[in-house]
Design a protein around this ligand. Sequence first.
Ligand SMILES: C[S@@+](CC[C@H](N)C(=O)[O-])C[C@H]1O[C@@H](n2cnc3c(N)ncnc32)[C@H](O)[C@@H]1O
Length: 218
Amino acid sequence: MVPSPAEAPDGPSPALLALLEAEPLGELTVLDVGTGTGRLARALAPRCRAVVGVDRDARQIGEARARAAAAGLANVRFVVGDVEVEEYAPFKPDMVVAHLCMSDAIAERAARVLAPGRVFAFVAFHTDQWKETNRPSRFAYGEVGIKRLLKRTGFAVEHLAVEREVRTFETVEQGLAAAAPLAERWQADGRWPRYTKFLAEGGRTLTRAHLVVKARKA
Ligand SMILES: C[S@@+](CC[C@H](N)C(=O)[O-])C[C@H]1O[C@@H](n2cnc3c(N)ncnc32)[C@H](O)[C@@H]1O
């Protein structure tokens, strides 16, 4: 996966970590779905009983294992798997977390595995993320949509915030430069021509927007 500014290359969301730290992590086995190279899993491991990171990208799981080993973390393991197809019961999680990997299928599986009182917490792309490309990620939710999903799957929302950053530009060139780290990915998925059209028509913004959510199984 190409790193992007929206994916906070320096580490997982501090807001999410703060929400998780309010829980008795030392007693918990935490499942990190869509773990990527395991940055959230690594941040949590020293505080938790155990952490399991799952991702369908074997290359990233390999990287996650190498980084955890280099950090000397013995209570974290990484598994290749599809978190929208497989059930989570084999991992016996007491908590499910997700950092920029969120879908209805993930919430449904978290709901099936977690006992009442257990926490499901995540950062998800907000539908305004890169709205200038006029094509939201399939992992994106608005406030209404995420509340509806969590209610349907049996979670009570304890925290829901939108973190939003709108960059503004004077010129087309500045707008192109700001999106340059995303260009290869956006060219591959068709968003680049939409963004350049937006700039050509006078648009001068680039929006980053995430939902930060903590919910508890009812
Ligand atoms: C935006 S990246 C976030 C990675 C990581 N959580 C982080 O914040 O650094 C999304 C990750 O979700 C993974 N992913 C997407 N759909 C998945 C699925 N159905 N099963 C497992 N992993 C999936 C991708 O492979 C990718 O690593």
